[in-house]
Write a protein that binds this ligand. Structure first.
Ligand SMILES: *Cc1c(COP(=O)(O)O)cnc(C)c1O
Length: 396
């Protein structure tokens, strides 16, 4: 069949592809140490699951308002008021099928052919693909390990052209774990106001912040900043709810209306049952979030300890999320495990999987050649065995 030009140009999600490759090897009977997953390994807390069962029993199994039920919009607004002192009204909320869908809504409502969208690299795999789907051009700006992979105000300013429609910021960042210091955010916000550039702030990892780092929502730097900010978030990461597919935007009313129209034509409402579960997540006790964060923090400590003792790799400590992102380029051209030589991060990941049965994601997928991403959303004993094998592989 003749496929559209749009879909022919589209790359498949590299993280999903990496997980599929690991699964393929697993299916041949090999035990694979899997660190490609971009989702919490915990089960969804019981009180949230119970709310979903109650929603079914109560007959909440029909269409809802396209942008979500009033209870959920109110729960989202209440949480932002409580957590960040931000006053949003339900008319500024669109609930979608996951934050990825929310990002698509924002991009489709704001961008088209000829427009530019600034994306700091390394970036989450879907950012550039979603921008390209609108016909706009991603403008990648390289951040450095020294800055903790944070975009500076100078870099932001220098990347702006008359065609710039949006900055896509991800704080804390997938794949680097980079958590923006307040001063950096404030400086970026100043540029956004001065140059009048909207900012999509993907804050899906806001609850997963570790010692030494802090989180500030981008919309908290004053009214002029909030007017130009689109917060994107959801329940996937904080509440271990990736499969439920609930994300949202908090945005100025005019953009919200545009996205509502779009969503009403494209998908209608996100799953009614999941919406009730999300209400329970946001309104119930937040202890489960902290319990999971503490477990991630323990794993992060372990991972950092192991990374420090690996030969010839370098990294910036992740301040948030659940990823370690490290530079393996000094191993290119050397004899690694099984006598294999590699020349880039993709070859490195393939060799590591084949020789040591350890699955990582290549930095090439995130616009960061030479790097690899390890997800520590897996238990300590798997991490321990995986690092033993990675270490042996590096030593050749
Ligand atoms: C996981 C993730 C999302 C979206 O997740 P959904 O499951 O679609 O809500 C968005 N942004 C980043 C950076 C992520 O890692």
């Amino acid at each position: 069949m003749q496929l559209s030009e749009t879909v022919q140009k589209l790359k498949p999600s590299a993280t999903i592809a990496a997980a599929a490759k690991a699964r393929e090897l697993k299916n041949t009977g090999v035990h694979v140490y899997e660190f490609t997953l971009g989702e919490p390994d915990f089960v969804t807390p019981e009180h949230i699951c119970e709310a979903a069962r109650e929603a079914i029993a109560a007959g909440h199994t029909h269409y809802t308002a396209a942008t979500g039920i009033a209870e959920l919009k109110q729960a989202i607004c209440s949480r932002y008021l409580q957590d960040h002192g931000l006053e949003y009204s339900p008319s500024q909320v669109v609930v979608s099928n996951g934050a990825k869908h929310s990002i698509h809504n924002v991009l489709t409502a704001l961008c088209g052919p000829g427009d530019e969208v600034i994306i700091p690299t390394p970036y989450w795999v879907s950012y550039s693909a979603l921008v390209e789907l609108t016909g706009a051009t991603p403008v990648e700006v390289e951040t450095t390990q020294d800055s903790g992979f944070c975009l500076s105000a100078e870099q932001f300013s220098a990347a702006i052209t008359p065609r710039t429609r949006l900055l896509m910021l991800n704080n804390p960042c997938n794949p680097t774990g980079g958590a923006y210091p307040v001063e950096t955010l404030e400086a970026l916000a100043k540029v956004a106001v001065e140059r009048d550039i909207p900012v999509l702030s993907d804050e899906i990892y806001e609850k997963l912040i570790y010692e030494g780092s802090t989180f500030r929502s981008f919309a908290t730097f004053g009214e002029e900043v909030a007017k130009r900010t689109i917060i994107v978030s959801g329940v996937s990461k904080a509440y271990a709810m990736t499969g439920w597919r609930i994300g949202w935007t908090l945005a100025p009313a005019d953009l919200t209306a545009a996205m509502s129209k779009l969503q009403s034509q494209e998908t209608s409402n996100p799953c009614s049952i999941s919406q009730y579960a999300a209400v329970a997540a946001l309104e119930g006790s937040q202890d489960c979030v902290e319990t999971m964060r503490q477990e991630f923090a323990r794993r992060r400590e372990y991972v950092l300890g192991r990374l420090r003792s690996l030969p010839d790799i370098s990294f910036a400590e992740p301040g948030g999320a659940f990823y370690a992102f490290f530079d393996v380029s000094r191993h290119f051209g050397r004899k690694l495990g099984g006598g294999v030589q590699v020349n880039d991060a993709s070859e490195f990941c393939t060799a590591l999987l084949e020789q040591a049965h350890v699955a990582l994601v290549t930095g090439d997928a995130f616009g960061a050649p030479g790097y690899v991403r390890l997800s520590f959303a897996t238990n300590l004993s798997v991490l321990e065995a995986g690092f033993d094998r990675l270490e042996a592989f590096l030593k050749g």
